[in-house]
Design a protein around this ligand. Structure first.
Ligand SMILES: [Fe+2]
Ligand SMILES: [Fe+2]
Length: 143
């Protein structure tokens, strides 16, 4: 699977979350367009680390606000993403490993399993506990 390719199957249905989910793919494109492989890889890993921090904080705040029962497990997955990116960056900088392929496989599997799986569960939960808010957001999207 090409992790740089976004399609509507990846969407969870909440515009602000979907915009966040598209961000790492845009980052990858931007980094590939510039500099050497080594530079773009380090730049991409740095941007993914920053992305993880802001997106996960936002998603976790949403889970806490709506009392999502699977919050602890979901948060652990976010933590493991951040740890993996940090390890890959350390490995990449040590000059003894090209982590490009590992990173691509990791991102592909993250989108398939976390974004398309676990993140959908948050939205299903919100639809159940706050159906009015969800409908309001969809209505404002159509305006
Ligand atoms: Fe997410
Ligand atoms: Fe998530």
């Amino acid at each position: 699977m090409n992790p740089f390719c976004w399609n509507e199957n990846h969407a969870v249905g909440l515009p602000e979350i979907d915009a966040d989910h598209r961000a790492p793919l845009r980052m990858a494109y931007d980094e590939i367009e510039s500099g050497t492989v080594r530079d773009w890889l380090d730049g991409l890993l740095a941007r993914l680390a920053a992305y993880a921090q802001f997106h996960f904080e936002s998603e976790e705040a949403l889970m806490r606000r709506t009392r999502f029962p699977e919050y602890p497990q979901h948060r652990r997955e976010h933590e493991s993403f951040a740890v993996t990116i940090s390890c890959l960056r350390t490995l990449s900088r040590s000059e003894c490993a090209d982590v490009t392929e590992t990173l691509m496989e990791f991102l592909g599997s993250w989108i398939e399993q976390h974004t398309c799986g676990e993140d959908h569960r948050i939205v299903e939960h919100i639809k159940r506990v706050e159906p009015d808010i969800h409908e309001l957001r969809n209505a404002s999207k159509e305006d």
